[in-house]
Design a protein around this ligand. Structure first.
Ligand SMILES: [Zn+2]
Length: 238
């Protein structure tokens, strides 16, 4: 099992790891590392990118996926098994994704508190991100409220803590954690909580900033009607 550094610390940008295996599949050549902070594409958040270097060699990490193994697809020379490599994240990209993802938590929480809308999906990208919520029929004024209130939370500079809670404990209070435990696989015994202190808690495995002020401001670009009382909010960082 690859140790997932980013689950404990979202700010690790460089680390050493050992190549455990190298293989090919339909998507290309991939390596498995003993430890990684490369976030694999999942939960609506895009893959991390970066590089691995050893001796005088360098390969780019172009895509990371999960599903059994964490596969780091590489472009460049192939490292030998057992080799220690220096891993470096494309930090500009990752930090934008962390800001975007944290913005999503804030918008979702404001929408739930004010309009009773639950977020049912999201796509976290570096340029535009989006979230789908239901039931939702926002007026133009509501949209302005959503943007202003969310940016107010950003300005409040609230610390964000990430920690694990026993599933059994959390299940007694599903509203507090904004989690539908019925959808969570049974084998998950501990849940990872993203806690915007005193404002919102959510169960999430993604990467986030440590304080709401790091999000910077964001703008809601548009709202789309997706049918069945579902609306899509598209936003960008400014
Ligand atoms: Zn999240």
């Amino acid at each position: 099992m690859t140790e997932l550094i980013h689950m404990k610390d979202c700010y690790v940008k460089e680390w050493d790891a050992v190549i455990e295996s190298i293989n090919k599949d339909a998507q290309g050549t991939f390596v498995v590392l003993d430890r990684t902070a490369f976030y694999p594409e999942s939960g609506g958040q895009l893959t991390d990118k970066g590089s691995i270097t050893w001796d005088t060699q360098k390969a780019n990490v172009v895509k990371v996926t999960k599903g059994g193994l964490i596969k780091h697809y590489i472009d460049g020379p192939e490292p030998p098994i057992g080799q220690t490599v220096r891993c470096v994240l494309d930090w500009d990209r990752r930090y934008k994704l962390m800001r975007m993802h944290t913005a999503q938590h804030i918008i979702s929480a404001v929408a739930l508190k004010r309009f009773g809308s639950t977020t049912v999906g999201n796509q976290i990208h570096t340029d535009h991100s989006r979230l789908d919520m239901r039931p939702s029929t926002l007026s133009q004024e509501d949209l302005i409220f959503l943007e202003h209130k969310s940016n107010e939370i950003v300005d409040s500079a609230i610390p964000i803590k990430i920690y694990e809670v026993d599933r059994e404990t959390a299940e007694k209070n599903p509203e507090e954690y904004r989690c539908n435990f019925a959808l969570l696989p049974k084998f998950i015994k501990k849940i990872r909580v993203v806690d915007i202190e005193g404002f919102d808690k959510a169960v999430c495995a993604g990467t986030h900033v440590a304080n709401t002020k790091e999000v910077g401001h964001f703008k809601i670009l548009k709202r789309e009607n997706k049918g069945k009382e579902t609306e899509r909010i598209i936003y960008e960082l400014v």
